[in-house]
Ligand binder design. Structure first.
Ligand SMILES: *[C@@H]1O[C@H](CO)[C@@H](O)[C@H](O)[C@H]1NC(C)=O
Ligand SMILES: *[C@@H]1O[C@H](CO)[C@@H](O)[C@H](O)[C@H]1NC(C)=O
Ligand SMILES: *[C@@H]1O[C@H](CO)[C@@H](O)[C@H](O)[C@H]1NC(C)=O
Ligand SMILES: *[C@@H]1O[C@H](CO)[C@@H](O)[C@H](O)[C@H]1NC(C)=O
Ligand SMILES: *[C@@H]1O[C@H](CO)[C@@H](O)[C@H](O)[C@H]1NC(C)=O
Ligand SMILES: CC(=O)N[C@H]1CO[C@H](CO)[C@@H](O)[C@@H]1O
Length: 597
């Protein structure tokens, strides 16, 4: 304000200057200059001075308006008489590299990077440049001594020193295995003491930046293997300790044997039981099979058997035992079907008794056989006989001399088994034996013929029939016919007829019979024979029971009334049909039996 005012005063006095040599009036610290419009001269205070150029030119304190304004940032302003200069503040340097400057050439103060100087912060120190300053901190692995971070080595006594964690710490139940050093980042490795096992945590300790060992977190626990593993079909012999080195012995249960490679397990340093290779295998395998038996009870070493229904046990033990060799010692029991000691009893061919013995081998059984025959047609008949037989055989045969046409009841007793079986059987009607005849040839029409009876148990149902055959050219006589001769029958031919029927039981050992005596025999008329005719007389024995009839015939006599010669053939069979053929031939006579095929 003052300056402006003064300039205005000077500018307001033009008339006086016109007259004087202005230049002589100029202040020592002023210059005389030509006016810019050429209208004379003027006194101007020199640069750095303010005033009217004639009476006063006083120093202008440029710094007064502020260093920042006049010199720029980070500067100090120095005023001089009539001038000033600038310097940079500590921590800054002028951009023109001169100690002082006037900012009118663009020079300014810039920050000095102190950190460019190595080692400024000392060993292990780390320099950090700041605006107009710097600070130090310690590198990793170093720690500040005699002070705190950050520090300034020019100002503070602080410095950096290398970290040293010292001896690694000791860990309970563990030993130091190795250590790489004591400085930052060194590693100490630990292992659990013998008998202890690493349970959790880190087994290494690291030297930290703070000079302390970090860790280890490792926790060692005493080895405890716990309960040894249970193995199937075995038990353990064990002192109940689960510490390292403890031994467990495995034993297979009874009925099992060890097929593994060993029988012990040891508690290892790792805290577990060694894998025992023990393998207990059932000694004998599945229960043994016995025919027709069932298992009542069993375990791996003992089996109790029992015969199933309808079978009974025979000798031997009913227990199978698993032997030391691993094989079943089988029960010796035998299960035998319960059957009567006499089985399949039958009579073969009406003659032989057959049966199957149900007994145990090598046993001799005594059989007593009683058989009683009875006949409806002969009340007095009692064929009672006994036989006995001693045999080891399974299939037996006993041939009995059974009589024909008899109902037999046969009892057979197995003596030691005290068992009796009974069977009934019928015998059939056989062809009866013909009587023994005294064959003769007669020339009389009233011949007396003789015969001797063949003893036969069928006599009560047998009779003799006397046939008269008139000789003709060809005659056929069927011995089996007629089955039921009826005396009243008119159908009988005149050439052959029954002249007498005599019950055999009425005959003694011998019989005399006279043909043609005109009497009745058994209802048949014994008609007189005609003179001069030729006849054959045949005796036929007939046995008959109910519907069965069997017969046999024999030529008894020839009555000669002519000179014919006869060939006589008796055709007969063992069966009921017998055929007697008489063939008349001249000059030749014989009797022959033909068997029917
Ligand atoms: C330390 O522990 C590591 C696993 O964390 C393992 O690999 C190493 O074997 C252990 N060292 C010792 C000495 O136990
Ligand atoms: C089986 O039973 C018998 C008799 O009771 C016994 O002596 C044996 O020890 C048992 N065996 C097994 C493997 O149980
Ligand atoms: C045998 O027995 C049966 C039945 O009882 C009877 O009908 C028959 O006449 C008997 N036979 C003899 C020869 O006794
Ligand atoms: C015995 O004979 C009768 C008839 O005479 C017959 O029915 C029965 O079957 C016979 N019995 C035997 C065991 O042969
Ligand atoms: C049958 O006749 C003979 C003589 O011709 C005689 O010796 C015998 O005694 C007689 N028999 C009977 C049973 O009459
Ligand atoms: C009379 C007067 O003020 N003179 C001054 C002129 O300037 C110089 C410095 O340049 C001073 O020392 C004088 O005193």
């Amino acid at each position: 304000m003052i300056v402006v005012f003064l300039l205005c005063v000077i500018a307001g006095m033009p008339a006086a200057g016109q007259i004087l040599d202005v230049c002589t009036t100029c202040h020592v610290n002023a210059t005389c200059d030509h006016k810019s419009d050429g209208s004379g001269k003027v006194c101007n205070c020199k640069y750095g001075f303010v005033g009217n150029g004639r009476t006063f030119c006083i120093d202008k304190d440029e710094c007064q308006i502020g260093a920042t304004k006049i010199c720029g940032q980070h500067t100090t302003c120095h005023n001089t008489y009539g001038s000033y200069y600038c310097t940079c503040r500590s921590g800054y340097s002028p951009s023109n590299n001169m100690p002082i400057f006037i900012p009118n050439d663009g020079t300014h103060c810039q920050d000095i990077d102190e950190c460019r100087i190595t080692g400024l912060c000392g060993e292990g120190g780390q320099c950090r440049n700041l605006e107009g300053s710097f600070e130090c901190s310690c590198q990793l692995g170093y720690q500040v001594h005699n002070g705190v971070e950050p520090f300034n080595p020019h100002r503070d006594k602080a410095s950096c020193k290398v970290v040293d964690c010292g001896q690694p710490v000791s860990v309970e139940d563990a030993v130091l295995l190795s250590v790489t050093g004591t400085t930052y980042g060194s590693i100490a490795t630990y292992a659990c003491d013998e008998g202890f096992i690493w349970a959790r945590g880190e087994n290494a300790s690291v030297c930290g930046a703070n000079g302390q060992w970090r860790g280890p977190t490792m926790v060692c626990e005493e080895v405890d293997c716990g309960t040894p593993p249970a193995l199937p079909h075995s038990h353990m012999l064990w002192n109940k300790s689960s510490r390292i080195g403890t031994v467990v012995v495995y034993q297979c249960n009874s009925g099992y044997r060890n097929v593994g490679k060993g029988n012990v397990s040891i508690c290892t340093a790792a805290g577990n039981w060694e894998e025992p290779p023990v393998f207990c295998q059932a000694k004998c395998g599945p229960v043994p099979f016995l025919a027709n038996s069932e298992v009542v009870w069993h375990n791996r070493s003992v089996v109790v058997h029992r015969c199933v229904d309808r079978y009974h046990s025979w000798r031997g033990s009913n227990v199978s035992v698993c032997g030391i060799s691993g094989l079943w010692q089988k029960a010796t029991l035998r299960c035998i079907e319960i059957k009567p000691p006499i089985n399949h009893l039958y009579v073969l061919n009406e003659k032989c008794l057959h049966w199957k013995a149900e007994k145990y081998e090598e046993d001799t059984e005594v059989y007593k056989v009683t058989y009683i025959g009875s006949r409806d047609y002969q009340r007095s008949f009692h064929d009672k006989r006994k036989r006995s037989l001693s045999s080891k055989a399974d299939q037996l045969e006993l041939c009995l001399n059974l009589l024909p046409v008899t109902n037999y009841s046969i009892s057979i007793t197995a003596v030691s088994a005290r068992f009796t079986a009974t069977i009934t059987t019928n015998t059939s009607l056989p062809v009866p034996p013909a009587p023994v005849v005294y064959y003769r040839e007669f020339e009389t029409p009233v011949p007396t013929l003789r015969l001797r009876r063949s003893a036969n148990t069928l006599d009560p149902i047998s009779s003799y029939q006397v046939f008269v055959l008139l000789v003709e050219e060809i005659m056929v006589f069927d011995c089996s016919c007629p089955g039921h001769p009826d005396p009243s029958s008119k159908s009988k031919s005149s050439s052959q007829y029954i002249t007498a029927q005599i019950l055999v039981r009425h005959i003694g050992t011998e019989m005399n019979f006279t043909v043609g005596d005109g009497l009745y025999y058994g209802g048949f008329y014994n008609a007189p024979l005609k003179n001069g005719r030729n006849y054959y007389i045949i005796v036929r024995v007939v046995s008959q029971w109910k519907t069965d009839l069997k017969s046999s015939c024999v030529l008894w006599a020839r009555i000669r009334g002519t000179s014919y010669v006869l060939k006589v053939s008796l055709l007969s069979s063992a069966a009921s049909v017998g055929l007697l053929a008489l063939v008349l031939l001249s000059g030749y006579s014989f009797i022959r039996f033909f068997k029917k095929t």
